[in-house]
Design a protein around this ligand. Structure first.
Ligand SMILES: Nc1ncnc2c1ncn2[C@@H]1O[C@H](COP(=O)(O)OP(=O)(O)OP(=O)(O)O)[C@@H](O)[C@H]1O
Length: 327
């Protein structure tokens, strides 16, 4: 099916309202191949990214993040649905949209024998209005490494060079595709500081990452993609609030081990389970359930070993999504 564009002329492309979403995706579908071999990688996605926010796109392997982002970045057409970036169809109006966005890909693939500065200058030559090569290198903290061949940069320095090129054109919207993969914890935190600096300058950022901590640290809002659909979306707090907390322990005392007896505990999110000899409880109110467990243990003189009580987390939400099979 060809992509459809209900507003092919984009009547007010240069005068969007300040509160309009910078990225607006509605009912997006992307299908690979046709006929019996057809595979729909993106199955009706709605997303809206506001000006100046960092929106993190998470997902299981093969969830459709890359397939979705390629359409948003204007690199591929949608099979169906509507995408607007800065008010424009990014595929049909690529020449207008491209200078206003920056894309940091997973593997930029520079000629390894060029130096940092030569690489930045080469990229500068492809842009119109842009920061100088020197300034871009300084922005990402690579000053002093100008004359080092790209092949001799560390993995972290190479990712910073990727970022220098992505921000060189002073993009209004920046796409960061797994920007800190392979970086050590210190370099990752340095990259986060760079990203925060860009946000402070008003850049709108779409981040994909497999590091949930990174999304929790940086994102204003998050979407978790699964099997081509948005399975969860919202702020970190909103996503976490939709998941139960958990309590685990081991005991030999029946009052705390018998699952039927435990099912009467308050605020449980489901039936108690026993896994590998440990009791597992899910709770919609950790404090209420945990207090009841401890009171019962005291009354029964029970010893609880390996006691662990954890509030819901982004990781739990992610794992819950990964375990779901969507209709
Ligand atoms: N060119 C293609 N032709 C056919 N199928 C494809 C093509 N590209 C991707 N797919 C399939 O579409 C689905 C989504 O892939 P995609 O790369 O978008 O996922 P992803 O979320 O980016 O995954 P990852 O986190 O592993 O990079 C996968 O099942 C993949 O095999």
């Amino acid at each position: 099916m060809p992509s459809r564009d209900p507003h092919p002329t984009d009547p007010h492309p240069t005068d969007p309202h300040p509160t309009d979403p910078v990225i607006s995706v509605t009912g997006l579908r992307r299908q690979y191949r046709a006929g019996v071999q057809a595979f729909e990688a993106v199955r009706g996605v709605d997303l809206h990214v506001r000006r100046g926010e960092l929106f993190a796109l998470l997902g299981t392997n093969g969830a459709g993040k890359t397939s979705l982002l390629e359409v948003v970045e204007g690199l591929a057409p949608a099979t169906a649905g509507e995408v607007r970036v800065l008010g424009l169809n990014p595929y049909r109006r690529r020449a207008d949209v491209r200078p206003r966005i920056g894309i940091m890909l997973q593997e930029a693939g520079f000629p390894a024998d060029l130096t940092t500065l030569e690489t930045a200058r080469m990229w500068h030559g492809t842009l119109g209005e842009a920061r100088s090569a020197q300034e871009s290198i300084a922005v990402v903290g690579l000053a002093g490494r100008e004359d080092v061949p790209v092949a001799s940069l560390s993995g972290g320095e190479r990712r910073r060079l990727d970022l220098a090129l992505a921000v060189m054109g002073r993009p209004e919207v920046l796409f960061l595709d797994e920007p800190t993969t392979g970086l050590d914890p210190q370099s990752r935190r340095a990259a986060w500081d760079l990203v925060r600096g860009l946000l402070a300058d008003g850049v709108t950022i779409v981040l994909t990452t497999h590091y949930l901590e990174e999304a929790a640290e940086l994102a204003d809002r998050i979407a978790i993609l699964h099997e081509g659909r948005v399975a969860r979306t919202g702020t970190l707090a909103e996503i976490v609030a939709s998941e139960p907390a958990s309590i685990r322990y081991r005991t030999s005392t029946a009052a705390l081990a018998d699952l039927d007896l435990l099912s009467g505990l308050p605020a449980l999110a489901g039936w108690p389970r026993s896994t590998g000899g440990a009791v597992e409880l899910e709770s919609v109110d950790l404090q209420v359930t945990l207090s009841a467990v401890l009171v019962r243990a005291q009354d029964a003189g029970a010893e609880l070993t390996d006691l662990d009580a954890s509030p819901a987390s982004l990781e739990r939400a992610f794992l819950a999504v990964a375990a779901e099979t969507l209709p």
